[in-house]
Write a protein that binds this ligand. Structure first.
Ligand code: CA
Length: 296
């Protein structure tokens, strides 16, 4: 039976009023949550203990981040993959992706177990099939992995690393692929989870230590937890509609951080959803996994 965690159990970690908050990643070294506000071009760091926030202006839409083993961050930017040095604030474009396709931008991204960074693209107007999924190797070479894609979003891998999960949002579900860790090859695509359109559009996701998937629902007021076989286990209700992504953080990785968006809400909805664009924190009794880092 599906369990429900009511919105009253959810805390506001930061009323960020993000236009499109996205891409949460826990940085255990600094005890900070790194996340982005895509249309505002900002990479943020939130130290939940003190409430301290530090922000970096990437100068263009920035849609996903991952920690880099060598220090700093790898970014998914409108123009492609970027490398950010935290100490100097120096941002370099490591590899251009669809830079000439000005109607497109990059979207969600995640590192795999061998330290490659995967991120896909989408049309700004969400035109079907205009995007693709890419993989940045540790040699800083880019490979196109999958096309066409409409709104490339959440990425995650199973605990045994033999299955990759992928969300193309406008297909209303989560797909699974057979996955070969060494080569990064994907195949045998199939539908794992279908989300009814009235329940929202699947967006970002993460996998916990038990191998269950946590899927953020845009316009769905919720994050859902699914078993690896696709069975719905838990609905975490949230006090705003546009839920974008989630990641585990905190000292023991038992805090689920959830990003959200305020952009595009009508005036009445903004009034009714004062926490739109906030970072939420939920204690679910489940532990997450440390984020995989970019090894390039
Ligand atoms: Ca997203």
């Amino acid at each position: 039976m599906t369990r429900v965690l009511a919105a009253e159990r959810v805390e506001v970690a930061l009323d960020a009023h993000a236009e499109v908050g996205e891409g949460p990643v826990w940085d255990a070294t600094s005890g900070e949550l790194v996340w982005v506000d895509i249309p505002r071009h900002l990479v943020h760091r939130l130290h939940p203990g003190s409430g301290r926030v530090e922000s970096f202006d990437a100068g263009q839409p920035v849609s996903a981040v991952a920690l880099r083993s060598a220090g700093g961050l790898v970014l998914a930017l409108r123009d492609g993959f970027g490398l950010l040095d935290r100490q100097t604030g120096d941002l370099q474009l490591a590899c251009a992706v669809e830079r000439e396709q000005t109607a497109n931008r990059m979207n969600d991204g995640k590192c795999d177990s061998t330290g490659r960074f995967w991120a896909g693209t989408m049309a700004l107007d969400m035109s079907p099939g205009a995007g693709a999924l890419y993989r940045l190797g540790t040699d800083l070479e880019v490979v196109q992995v999958l096309r066409p894609v409409s709104v490339s979003n959440g990425l995650a891998w199973s605990r045994d690393d033999r299955t990759m999960y992928f969300i193309d949002s406008t297909t209303n579900g989560v797909d699974a692929f057979d996955y070969t860790p060494g080569s990064g090859r994907i195949g045998n695509r199939r539908r794992l989870i279908a989300v009814a359109p009235d329940d929202g559009l699947p967006d970002g996701m993460t996998v916990d230590a038990e191998g269950f998937l946590w899927v953020a629902l845009w316009d769905g007021w919720a994050v859902r937890r699914y078993a690896p076989d696709g069975t719905l286990d838990l609905v975490v209700q949230l006090p705003t509609a546009q839920i974008t992504s989630c990641a585990f953080g905190g000292e023991t990785l038992d805090e689920l951080y959830v990003t959200s968006a305020s952009g595009g809400l009508a005036e009445q909805a903004r009034h009714d959803q004062p926490h739109a664009g906030a970072i939420f924190q939920v204690r679910t009794g489940v532990e997450g996994l440390p984020p995989q880092e970019f090894a390039g």
